[in-house]
Design a protein around this ligand. Structure first.
Ligand SMILES: NC(=O)c1ccc[n+]([C@@H]2O[C@H](COP(=O)([O-])OP(=O)(O)OC[C@H]3O[C@@H](n4cnc5c(N)ncnc54)[C@H](O)[C@@H]3O)[C@@H](O)[C@H]2O)c1
Length: 86
């Protein structure tokens, strides 16, 4: 059973992919070589979730829960235990 997802690259595609997996309950390891991209990606995901919550599309509590399922990392070894990588 797939529970843990690895996402390589935290740019435009990566942040969206990480967002959706985390929103639907998967544990996500988001990997990039650039620290700034990782920070930007997590901020973007949080902002997008907050927008969804403001519109009533998701519960407010899902914002923190979703972000909490994402680990941003520059260490590819953190993805070694992932069940599926994108
Ligand atoms: N953006 C789109 O609409 C779209 C659509 C289909 C396919 N793609 C493809 O998806 C991929 C990513 O596109 P994007 O728009 O997210 O690009 P992007 O430039 O927004 O993000 C790419 C990310 O990959 C990171 N990166 C570069 N080399 C790396 C490495 N060796 N290891 C880990 N991270 C690395 C960069 O730091 C950056 O954060 C590309 O191959 C692109 O062709 C993009």
């Amino acid at each position: 059973m797939i529970k843990t997802i690895g996402v390589l690259g935290a740019g435009q595609m990566g942040n969206g992919i990480a967002h959706v997996f985390a929103q639907y309950g998967y544990r996500v390891f988001l990997y990039d070589i650039a620290e700034a991209q990782l920070e930007k990606a997590v901020n973007t995901i949080r902002q997008n979730l907050e927008r969804q919550a403001k519109k009533g599309a998701i519960a407010e509590s899902l914002v923190g829960e979703t972000v909490g399922r994402i680990t941003a990392t520059k260490n590819m070894a953190d993805l070694a235990g992932c069940d599926f990588c994108v």
